[in-house]
Design a protein around this ligand. Structure first.
Ligand code: GRF
Length: 202
């Protein structure tokens, strides 16, 4: 745990897959561009590459599989116990492929953020970059927002536009969007943990 302007700030990242945003956050913490500790990775998929990334950054991992619990609330209660054990103050969702229930959202109200690879409220869901590209939009982007009980929904903290170029393929567009994510998410987290420009409840 690290001290930060008199408050303790321990971050947990929740992720289910590749973990490039996890790595960007971990690098920013290591470089002291985020004045907090990356205290925990919560993962629901034992095959996710993010687990290896957490090991490389020496970040503790808890694997909590939804199928081991009868209800979503029981699944989240287990996660809640880990969050308490690791004294987590802020949750950053980064490709966590589950909608949180009112239980966890209520427990961490205004202290859960998410990154989404489109300009919300456009193109919600798990295929946002492809959906925007296939729709033919000329501008898409990245959104960081507080999480509520709905999917890809809640007060917007930051957005950055990405222009779709005429020569773009889905792959080239994805690369530029991810590059923006990896810069924007650590910046927003730093704003939140230092109490600048984010929800005062955090
Ligand atoms: C990112 O594009 C993020 O915006 C979305 O899921 C993707 C996760 O990618 N919510 P990664 O696992 O961080 O590489």
């Amino acid at each position: 745990m690290k001290k930060n302007k008199g408050c303790l700030k321990n971050i947990a990242v929740f992720a289910s897959g590749r973990g490039s945003n996890f790595a960007a956050i971990a690098k920013a913490v290591k470089a002291k561009k985020i004045s907090a500790s990356l205290a925990l990775l919560v993962c629901d998929n034992e095959k996710a590459p993010v687990i290896r990334k957490a090991a490389a950054f020496k970040v503790p991992v808890v694997l909590v599989k939804r199928e081991n619990f009868a209800t979503r609330e029981e699944f989240e209660q287990k996660i809640g116990l880990y969050l308490r054990q690791y004294q987590i103050d802020l949750i950053a969702l980064a490709g966590f492929m589950r909608i949180l229930s009112p239980y966890l959202v209520g427990l961490y109200r205004n202290r859960i953020i998410n990154i989404h690879p489109a300009l919300l409220p456009a193109f919600k869901g798990g295929h946002a970059i492809a959906d925007a590209f296939n729709y033919g939009v000329q501008i898409t982007g990245v959104t960081v927002h507080f999480v509520d009980e709905q999917m890809d929904h809640g007060p917007i903290i930051a957005q950055e536009a990405v222009i779709v170029r005429p020569a773009d393929t889905l792959v080239s567009l994805e690369a530029r969007i991810h590059a923006v994510e990896h810069r924007l998410y650590p910046q927003v987290i730093q704003r939140i943990v230092t109490g600048k420009g984010a929800n005062p409840a955090v």
